[in-house]
Design a protein around this ligand. Structure first.
Ligand SMILES: Cc1cc2nc3c(=O)[nH]c(=O)nc-3n(C[C@H](O)[C@H](O)[C@H](O)COP(=O)(O)OP(=O)(O)OC[C@H]3O[C@@H](n4cnc5c(N)ncnc54)[C@H](O)[C@@H]3O)c2cc1C
Length: 550
């Protein structure tokens, strides 16, 4: 139900801010940073003043670290991050069924592909960073209690901790107000239930350093029908267990220290570790039906919830805001048609749904409670991998974008994350984004036979007109015009990726997803023409570019 506001926004007056972000959890804090970096006047509101001091998320993908690095916050969070090595899956008789690992070196994005991290300090670093952008205002200890949309904006009703009330108007709202989002109710958004509903208790310990060796070195899924459980090797001396609750077990009762230590007794006892927290959850799989209603866009847990089996909930929320912010920037700058914003849900909804199905598949293996069915499962899994436990990578489970603002040619590579090679250019070297900045980029392998300088010049003119930076992987054989940035790469990451796609070039979006790939100059020009049409950007350039840090 939409709460009543006593007045509507006076027509013709500008709104107070361009974007209001409701919720300063990880999704909202990242949104505030990205909006701040884009120079968008932003207000971020949260009813709490402090970071939630217990960890929830524990795993982080390289895709997210790349975005944090682009923002200049990677160094600040580095002390709280460690590699997430192998996770071993054991069957009902304790036999090794399979392993989940990460892709090997050279790393495709330049960072460890999967990491474990400590959520509260990472969130605190993101919040701190958000407050440094000149265009970002924070209003903490303030709750959004009402919302009214009008033709040119959204009015939010606010209530602070002292009971004072106020209002703010924004061109757009990003609702990052968490799993129990009240903004969903205010605009009438509904969730689809993808049918997963399991009670688990999550236990975090700080283990005495001299006892760490007594615990398994690798993370593990114990696919035991008596009581499925997960063990995760966190950063430093942080170790986590996620343990399924059985029929009749009271979730609150199972959080009590004596019950917790009983559950953990096969691994560790209270003399060897400190109980950081124990919390019971019902793990759900829920996704919004409409990702925006009018000018209100949902992101993070407000838009979807998934079982934490692959550690993707927060990562998905961060993908959401990375997706929407560059589009809002384009529309607010008048450089793209507002219909571009429709691609947010078109892209994020199928991505989230597909990943949830993958997670449910892994969950079904883990959560089998029937001993006979569990034995059949174990035999099947081993048979499928020829009797030897298979190793799959977490990266292979994350789907590409399959719909939205993508080239209609759907050549291989379209919708995938673009790699980040270590680049060496005149006088500069480092990861590609740090050397050349982000935003729209066309990357061409000019070492392939057939490229001529005049083709590069023509492409560069067409790209410049659209605000696309052209980067040339070059060995000096073809003269590269001054407007094109030439570089070599150190590890063959880019050349390998292009070869896999059977492509010589790629057009990359500001969120690092590939708009399309091409094999030659004519196809590159066609990609640019397609982008121009898609954005309705008949005049001016497209925004989303940030320059490399000095
Ligand atoms: C046990 C467990 C394990 C997990 N493991 C992982 C993992 O390994 N990897 C991973 O990526 N994810 C994981 N997740 C998921 C991850 O923790 C969440 O997806 C993430 O923390 C949600 O972030 P958010 O910013 O969307 O929401 P939240 O962190 O819930 O933030 C919402 C914010 O909105 C504020 N708010 C709410 N309503 C209002 C209002 N009306 N007005 C103002 N402010 C409001 C709240 O105060 C809060 O600060 C896990 C989750 C759980 C429970």
């Amino acid at each position: 139900m939409q709460p009543e506001l006593s007045t509507s926004h006076p027509p013709g007056l500008p709104n107070d801010v361009q974007v209001a972000v409701v919720g300063f959890g990880p999704a909202g804090a990242l949104a505030a940073n990205l909006l701040g970096q884009a120079g968008i006047h932003t207000l971020c509101i949260d009813r709490t003043s402090e970071v939630y001091d217990k960890p929830r998320a524990i795993a982080l993908d390289h895709e997210i670290l790349r975005v944090l690095d682009n923002l200049g916050v990677a160094e600040a969070v580095a002390p709280y991050i460690a590699p997430f090595d192998l996770s071993e899956h054991f069957g009902s008789q304790g036999e090794l069924l399979r392993r989940i690992g990460m892709v090997g070196t050279p790393y495709p994005l330049g960072y460890t592909p999967t990491m474990v991290f400590t959520q509260p300090p990472l969130e605190a670093a993101l919040r701190d960073h958000a407050g440094h952008w000149p265009g970002v205002e924070l209003r903490l200890g303030t709750q959004v209690t009402g919302l009214m949309q009008h033709e040119s904006g959204v009015m939010l009703q606010l209530c602070d901790a002292a009971g004072g009330s106020g209002r703010v108007t924004a061109d757009y709202v990003i609702a990052c107000d968490g799993a129990s989002s009240s903004l969903r109710g205010m605009v009438g958004a509904t969730l689809d239930d993808l049918e997963f509903d399991e009670p688990w208790v999550v236990i975090d310990l700080k283990v005495d350093p001299d006892k760490l060796d007594t615990l398994p070195a690798n993370s593990a899924h114990y696919c035991e029908p008596d009581r499925p459980s997960v063990y995760i090797v966190g950063p430093g001396n942080h170790r986590r267990w996620e343990i399924m609750l059985l029929d009749g077990e009271d979730p609150r009762e199972m959080e009590r220290p004596e019950r917790v230590w009983h559950l953990l007794s096969r691994w560790i006892g209270p003399q060897d570790a400190t109980l950081w927290r124990a919390a019971s959850y019902r793990f759900h799989a829920l996704v919004l039906r409409d990702w925006h209603l009018g000018r209100v866009f949902f992101a993070g847990d407000a838009a979807h919830q998934q079982p934490p089996i692959l550690g993707q909930g927060m990562c998905q929320g961060m993908r959401d805001v990375t997706n929407i912010v560059w589009k809002l920037q384009a529309v607010l700058a008048g450089q793209a048609d507002p219909s571009l914003l429709d691609t947010y849900g078109e892209e994020r909804s199928p991505h989230v749904r597909e990943l949830i199905e993958q997670i449910k598949g892994i969950g079904a293996v883990l959560c089998e409670r029937d001993p006979e069915a569990a034995r059949r499962r174990d035999a099947r899994l081993l048979a499928e991998s020829g009797g030897v436990p298979a190793t799959i990578t977490r990266q292979s489970v994350i789907p590409p974008l399959r719909a939205g603002l993508l080239s209609s040619s759907r050549r291989p590579g379209t919708g995938r994350l673009f790699p980040q090679p270590y680049a060496m250019a005149a006088g500069r070297e480092g990861l590609l984004d740090a050397v050349f900045g982000t935003g729209w980029r066309m990357v061409i392998d000019t070492r392939a036979p057939g490229w001529r300088p005049e083709q590069l010049s023509a492409l560069s003119d067409a790209a410049q007109d659209l605000g696309v930076t052209v980067l040339a992987l070059s060995d000096g054989t073809v003269a590269v015009p001054p407007a094109v940035e030439a570089f070599r790469e150190r590890d063959g990451v880019l050349a390998g990726w292009l070869a896999e796609q059977d492509a010589g070039a790629a057009l990359i979006r500001p969120d690092h997803y590939v708009f399309g790939t091409a094999d030659a100059a004519a196809a590159c020009l066609a990609l640019l023409a397609e982008l121009r049409l898609a954005l309705h950007a008949y005049a001016g350039s497209i925004p989303g570019r940030t320059t490399a840090a000095a």
